[in-house]
Design a protein around this ligand. Structure first.
Ligand code: FAD
Length: 339
């Protein structure tokens, strides 16, 4: 048998788990279906600039996570985003007096997960399709029918709908628990411009982001105002879950047009210049249907699963729909596995 641990998924939760194991001298191997690590901390590099497609920023409340953020800031992969983010209330934009400190990966969101994956054993482009439990441990079967193993434990750090088929044959009750956490979808449109938009924006362009939370638009971010970005203006337009659900199977180009028109109609005072790039990315599993209360309040509830047979589950689904929650879940599972 083996003492090595397999981690499925190289998002922030899987990487947080791997980091604990590595520090405790426990070997682990990460399997990621995409071409690189990051998961929902994703950025797209275009010739014209870089845009964050998933999380636009993150906050830090938990003491342990704050400590980690300090280390990431020292390493230069995370920087504060002092941007003014307004809250839309009807026709007016309201600015909270004491907004939380917001952070971004620098020079793009995915710089953080790249950093965390740096000295890790990550196999990218490898989708795990099923698990087998043999006398000598766990085996992973990938999309090319190749078997990886044996491992003493398997961590599944993927969105719940993707975890269910892996878990179901081994632990039907845990599969049902996973199924109960719905992951809502989000369309993210992005537009890159040659010139700054300040003059064309309502309220004099005096905002770097807006919580719209109504109609098609959920959040607008002036992506290029984040730390370390290219100077070219770029906008990210995140759609609400309800609107996304209704347009889930539409073409990205149509979705991008609709979100862009909705933005222009509501938040600009004159015609915008033609964007150099206008497109959209669909997150089928963007945010879990769980409250984020565990980060602020009492921290007693367990935010991961670990069975006697060495099957572990971590990720935002088990704690809250935020980067901090996902990191904490993976970190806590790592500690449980190491003890
Ligand atoms: P993921 O990042 O989804 O990682 C899972 C990984 O597993 C992925 O890389 C995936 O490719 C891989 N994978 C899946 N199935 C398999 C398989 N079978 N085999 C191998 N690999 C597999 N949070 C905030 O704090 N602030 C925000 O402003 C914010 N905004 C957001 C906006 C959007 C549009 C989205 C999508 C999310 C946002 N979030 C935000 C939430 C935050 O991004 C997530 O909570 C967090 O990144 C989740 O991390 P994770 O490790 O749990 O999952």
């Amino acid at each position: 048998s083996s003492s090595s641990i397999a981690i499925i998924g190289a998002g922030i939760s899987g990487l947080a788990c791997a980091n604990v194991l590595k520090k405790r001298g426990i070997a682990c191997e990460i399997f990621e279906k995409s071409r690189g690590p990051g998961g929902r901390l994703a950025s797209r590099r275009l010739g014209e600039g870089t845009v964050d497609l998933g999380a636009q920023y993150f906050t830090a409340h938990d003491e342990r996570f704050c400590h980690e953020v300090t280390a990431w800031r020292s390493a230069g992969v995370v920087k504060a985003w002092p941007g003014r983010l307004g809250i839309c209330q009807g026709e007016t934009i309201h600015y909270p007096e004491a907004p939380p400190l917001r952070y971004c990966g620098a020079p793009r969101m995915s710089a953080l997960t790249r950093h965390l994956a740096q000295d890790m054993n990550v196999r990218v482009g490898c989708r795990i399709e099923s698990l087998e439990r043999q006398v000598n441990g766990w085996w992973l079967i990938d999309d090319k029918r190749q078997r990886q193993g044996p491992f003493s434990a398997v961590v599944i750090s993927v969105p719940t709908p993707q975890a269910v088929p892996l878990v179901a044959p081994h632990d039907p009750a845990l599969a049902r628990t996973s199924e109960a956490v719905v992951q809502h979808p989000t369309w993210t449109a992005y537009a890159v411009f040659d010139k700054p938009l300040d003059d064309s924006l309502v309220a004099g362009g005096d905002w770097q982001g807006l919580f719209v939370e109504e109609g098609p638009l959920d959040l607008v971010a002036r992506n290029s105002t984040k730390p370390g970005r290219e100077p070219r203006e770029s906008l990210t337009l995140l759609a609400t879950h309800a609107w996304t659900q209704a347009c889930l199977e539409e073409k990205p180009s149509r979705v991008a047009d609709w979100l862009y028109q909705a933005f222009a109609a509501r938040f600009t005072t004159r015609a915008l210049p033609e964007p150099l790039v206008l497109s959209a990315h669909r997150w089928r599993y963007a945010k879990p249907s769980v409250s984020t209360s565990k980060s602020s309040g009492e921290d007693t509830a367990q935010d991961f699963h670990l069975t006697d047979t060495g099957l572990g589950l971590c990720g935002d689904a088990w704690r809250g729909a935020r980067v901090e929650d996902a990191w904490l879940s993976g970190h806590h599972l790592g500690l449980a596995l190491a003890s």
